[in-house]
Design a protein. Structure first.
Lengths: 639, 483
């Protein structure tokens, strides 16, 4: 139990040190403190993980202290460690540590270096709290806490008001989702008198629960997930969030925070399983987001924006997996995605670093020659995300597609289309960035270099994980052992009725069917890559410069379907107008006007009286009160 | 004895401050209020030791009409007294860097106000309550009028005078209600009033009298229009006294003197009142989004926050009650820190215009951090004090009506919009000619922020001591309110 506290508290200690005395410390010391606390958490998490794998670790579910309680209202501050949370722990602290190390070099010239590390540490602290809470409200602390850190880090370069706008947008969009989460918690608390995961699961399995209630709860919680995990229609903050430093994009906006929605639904699987309507909705939103974001990704020219839309799209796939009941597959994809997407973001950071801030892929090209390590790690991760055998994405994505196929052919078809687009835009990115001729300035060309080892080392580690990570989940349908499924089984098995299997229905497919689905997906991905090769390498096409006239549909997609503009027109703008209307018309004119009018009325009444008394009404009132006070005090003293 | 000491010590101190002269006034005032804080803490301690029974003091004062000098301090009163004694020294500290004309009068008025506020929270005789209620108005009236900062003196006089007449006029309805109750009960004693059986119409009448007085003081929409201009025109210390403590008188009045006395009237009026409160939440938040003046923005945000507290009280639920008290404390602490931040900005730049500010973070990192923490508390981030308050309040509203809680819940979105927008435009971006020379916090300013920030996290992480001590008192009120 002490070790579990330490896992959470180490990053908090790191935060406090860097926040309070960081300025006085040399940069390297700040960086070492920031990174080593996470390394400590990682080592402790690994010990727990190994014990869980060996079956020598029992699930920990303990209340630490009583937080908000009076009478029969009780919410405790408690922690829960099981196979699901330890999986997330490994990703958060493992990938988190690598990104901290990377940041030591990447952020080295920043004047607010120690503050950056304090924010990163604080983020890890809240993220750990999120996955280790044993009730919804503790998870909610982490949930809002990571939102805060995301806000602080997106707006890290606070002199730029555009970045600050992006930060504020992220916070507000998340708050919209959080309201859903909050109301969902109220429903749970009111009906079951607890927010504790285990107690809730017991309560729900013990009785037959009103079906409408469960649907309402799960839908509201999903609204929270839509905000945090950037799903339609609350996704628009994530592409803007790329304003933050690149390590932040890798850590928060790709590998960890944005998967919180998936964690929360997986954690509440015992409720979602009872609400097929919600699951259907989750699957639809997920697959729609996957396709929608992928189409935008095809048209973007900012290296980080492409990756951002790709993240939105991949998260959509994970939600679809949840929606078809394939919880393990969703978790599996969370893990592999953390490897390859963190690697891609860090790779893009390495590129941006080498080009002194350039993010436009139209101004890149041919970088493979100067940056071989960045290129190869980026390549491996791109192969992984595109679903090429035997890289990790191949296994996790095909598992999701298989589950979708089992559930509905339409879902499968749309998700497959999104995957084909993914392979295309990823290799469009790879080819435009790393092959062909360099299209930047001579000045930049002169300075081109491979990044230092603190940057390339995390890239290599992540690329290796992206390459081999898939072997933790080999397809069961083909007779292999799915290690992750076995590992997570105790978590997801609890809610299942005997004879039913809600997670990962892929194995119900016949082996030949599964084989042909996988082969089909692989061939489609390869064809897609080949098309990108043909287009951008053989024909050396490059995307249009801004201002070149393009067809309406292309312009529509290029401008992200004008969703931001639509939101502004239908939400932001009317609220602003309403604010002005409330203030100038209702407050100043109607309400205050009435008050002043009644005031004037009494004054004119007073003026009539004044003819008798020649006084001032305010003075009289004051005199009255004062004299009353004096009389009473006097009477009191006399007694 | 301690109880009488805690009540009268500020009055004695007010005199001492006046006698100590303009130079020494602030030090004497600060020292006295710190002693008072310690004393009030001891008072709370003696309460816990004595179990659930309130501390009482009663002395017959006037026999005809039957009025006694009766005080009763239970958990609820003691928490609000401690809030008062915690905030007043901080408020005095916020003025340390300022040259105040006729300082001895200023500080003795502040102490006199503290005396009256403690009296309001301690009185258990209706008439005594009324006297303290009105006594509290006098010092703040003079503070706002004579030490106000608005450029336009004529406009200030009108705004402050309007505030005075409006709140005083409202209180007269309360006086009428008390007299009516006296005629029925033959006493102003609170426990007798709690056990009074009035017909429905009588209850509605008394309800109306009290409600107008309390609603103006809180203020509840649409009785709030005195507030933005008064907050803006008063000196910041006056605004802090008003927003931090004085409006809690209205909320406390609702809990202590309205709900348990006329439960039937409350039952009938609640659906309308709660809707008014929640209109205030959304209305205040929406207006705050486009405010251009820092102080007025904070005034409208305060309107939204107290609207939610009042709504929580009218839900007549345990959660709403507990949340309302936690939030009274939290709002008191946070709002004085917010107005202090505004004051610091005004002292250094000479303006409250948001558009003229920006970039302060570049030059004043300590101030930026302190302000950020307070802003986060104001938007009810978990682990800060107001998260506990808002969570319980919204849950109370939820228990009353689901849809109302969704509408009231908009505050967590809108609050983030206007607070972060304000912070961004005031603190972030590049410096300009107004903010380039902005100096970071002075030690006396830091001495205000440190205890405030400590309280923000302490209550947010471990609210149990407060929840525990107010519970018996609130349970008692709830029992009478639901009879």
């Amino acid at each position: 139990m002490v070790y579990l506290y330490l896992i959470i508290l180490l990053p908090l200690v790191g935060f406090l040190i860097n926040a309070f005395v960081g300025k006085a410390l040399p940069k390297n010391v700040s960086g070492i403190i920031g990174s080593s606390t996470i390394l400590g958490s990682f080592i402790l998490s690994s010990i727990f993980f190994i014990h869980f794998v060996n079956g020598t670790q029992q699930r920990i579910d303990a209340d630490v202290f009583s937080w908000i309680s009076f009478g029969d209202f009780k919410i405790n501050f408690g922690l829960l460690l099981d196979q699901l949370s330890v999986t997330w722990l490994m990703v958060i602290t493992g990938v988190g540590f690598l990104i901290h190390v990377y940041s030591v070099s990447y952020m080295h010239d920043d004047e607010n270096f120690s503050i950056f590390f304090s924010y990163l540490n604080l983020f890890i602290f809240f993220m750990l709290l999120l996955v280790l809470g044993n009730n919804f409200l503790i998870t909610f602390i982490g949930w809002e806490g990571v939102g805060l850190c995301s806000y602080l880090l997106i707006g890290f370069w606070y002199k730029n008001q555009d970045y600050n706008d992006a930060a504020k947008k992220a916070f507000v969009m998340n708050r919209i989702g959080d309201l859903g989460f909050l109301i969902g918690m109220f429903l749970i608390l009111f009906n079951f008198k607890t927010l504790n995961f285990s107690a809730l699961q017991t309560a729900i399995s013990a009785t037959t629960v009103n079906h409408g209630l469960i649907v309402a709860i799960t839908m509201l919680l999903f609204v929270g997930a839509m905000g945090k995990s950037a799903q339609l229609p609350l996704y628009t903050w994530l592409p803007d969030a790329m304003a933050g430093p690149t390590p932040v994009s890798a850590l928060i906006h790709a590998a960890t925070m944005v998967t919180a929605g998936i964690y929360m639904i997986a954690r509440s699987h015992f409720m979602y399983t009872l609400a097929p309507e919600t699951l259907q909705f989750v699957a639809c939103i997920g697959v729609a987001t996957a396709l929608f974001a992928a189409t935008i990704g095809v048209m973007q020219n900012d290296i980080k924006k492409v990756l951002a839309y790709s993240t939105v799209s991949q998260l959509g796939l994970m939600f679809m997996a949840l929606g078809v009941g394939a919880y393990t597959s969703a978790v599996f994809h969370v893990v592999t995605h953390a490897f390859f997407k963190a690697c891609l973001f860090l790779g893009s950071g390495s590129v941006i670093h080498a080009l002194s801030g350039q993010q436009d892929i139209r101004k890149m090209g041919g970088l493979k020659k100067w940056m071989p390590i960045t290129f190869w790690t980026f390549m491996i991760s791109s192969l992984a995300i595109s679903g090429v055998f035997p890289f990790s994405g191949f296994f996790s994505k095909d598992e999701i597609l298989g589950a979708a196929f089992e559930h509905s052919k339409v879902l499968w078809a749309i998700a497959s289309l999104a995957s084909i687009l993914t392979a295309f835009y990823m290799f469009r990115l790879v080819f435009l960035t790393f092959t062909g001729e360099f299209r930047g300035t001579e000045e930049q060309k002169h300075h081109l270099h491979e990044s230092p080892w603190l940057i390339t080392m995390p890239l290599v580690v992540l690329a290796i994980l992206a390459a081999v990570g898939g072997f933790m989940g080999l397809p069961e349908g083909l007779g292999y052992h799915h290690a992750l499924k076995g590992f997570l089984n105790p978590v997801f098995a609890q809610a299942l009725n005997p004879g039913e299997d809600m997670h990962g229905s892929a194995h119900e497919l016949s082996a030949s069917m599964e084989m042909s689905l996988m082969a089909g997906a692989l061939i489609a991905a390869l064809l897609s890559i080949a098309y990108a090769y043909f287009k951008y390498v053989s024909k050396s096409e490059k995307p249009n410069e801004d201002g070149v006239p393009i067809s309406f549909v292309r312009r529509w997609i290029y401008n992200k379907y004008y969703v931001d503009e639509i939101y502004h027109l239908f939400v932001g703008f009317p609220i602003g107008k309403l604010s002005e209307l409330f203030y100038s018309l209702i407050d100043k004119t109607v309400i205050d006007g009435t008050v002043n009018y009644s005031g004037k009325l009494s004054v004119s009444l007073g003026n009539q009286l004044r003819k008798l008394q020649s006084g001032y009404i305010g003075f009289y009132l004051l005199a009255m009160v004062l004299s009353m006070v004096v009389i009473f005090l006097f009477a009191f003293i006399i007694k | 004895m301690l109880l009488l000491g805690v009540l009268f010590f500020p009055l004695v101190a007010a005199l001492l401050v006046y006698l100590s002269g303009n130079k020494q006034a602030k030090y004497v005032a600060f020292g006295a209020t710190v002693i008072e804080f310690v004393a009030s803490y001891l008072l709370k301690r003696s309460l816990s030791v004595g179990g659930l029974q309130p501390l009482v003091y009663s002395h017959i004062w006037i026999t005809n009409p039957n009025i006694s000098f009766a005080l009763s301090v239970d958990g609820l009163s003691s928490i609000l007294i401690i809030l008062t004694t915690f905030l007043v020294p901080l408020i005095i500290l916020t003025t340390f860097r300022k040259v105040i004309d006729n300082a001895k009068s200023f500080y003795s008025l502040v102490l006199f106000m503290q005396f009256a506020l403690i009296g309001v929270f301690a009185a258990s005789d209706g008439f005594l309550f009324y006297i303290f209620w009105e006594l509290a108005l006098i010092p703040i009236y003079f503070i706002a009028l004579l030490w106000g900062e608005g450029r336009d003196k004529e406009f200030r006089n009108r705004a402050i005078f309007k505030f005075f007449i409006y709140t005083l006029g409202g209180s007269l309805f309360m006086l009428l209600a008390f007299i009516w109750l006296y005629l029925k009960a033959g006493t102003f004693d609170i426990s007798a009033l709690y056990n009074l059986n009035l017909s429905q119409n009588e209850q509605l009448l008394v309800f109306a009298g009290f409600f107008i007085a309390f609603a103006i003081k809180v203020p509840i929409f649409p009785f709030h229009t005195w507030q933005p201009e008064t907050y803006k025109e008063a000196p910041s210390a006056g605004t802090m006294l008003l927003a931090g403590i004085m409006l809690k008188m209205g909320l406390y009045g609702l809990l202590r003197w309205l709900l348990p006395i006329v439960p039937l009237g409350v039952f009938i009026a609640t659906p309308y009142v709660i809707v008014l409160c929640i209109i205030g939440v959304v209305y205040g938040s929406v207006i705050a989004i486009r405010q251009t003046d820092l102080k007025r923005l904070l005034a409208y945000s305060s309107l939204a926050h107290v609207g939610l507290i009042a709504a929580g009280i009218f839900t007549l639920t345990k959660e709403g009650f507990e949340g309302s008290v936690i939030q009274m404390v939290s709002h008191g602490i946070n709002v004085i820190a917010l107005f202090f931040a505004a004051e610091i900005i005004y002292q250094r730049t000479g303006t409250f215009e948001i558009a003229k500010l920006g970039g302060i973070r570049n030059v004043a990192p300590k101030f930026s951090t302190a302000f950020m923490v307070v802003v986060l508390a104001a938007v009810a981030l978990p682990l800060t004090n107001s998260f506990i308050g808002e969570f319980l309040l919204l849950y109370g509203v939820y228990e009353y009506n689901t849809w109302l809680s969704v509408i009231a819940g908009l505050t967590i979105i809108l609050g983030a919009v206007y607070m972060l927008r304000m912070y961004q435009n005031v603190m972030l971006g590049n410096t300009n000619e107004n903010t380039i020379g902005f100096t970071d916090l002075h030690w006396s300013e830091l001495a205000v922020f440190v205890p405030v920030i400590a309280a923000i996290f302490l209550i947010g992480i471990y609210p149990k001591p407060i929840l525990n001590i107010i519970q018996p008192a609130l349970d008692n009120i709830l029992t009478y309110s639901l009879r």
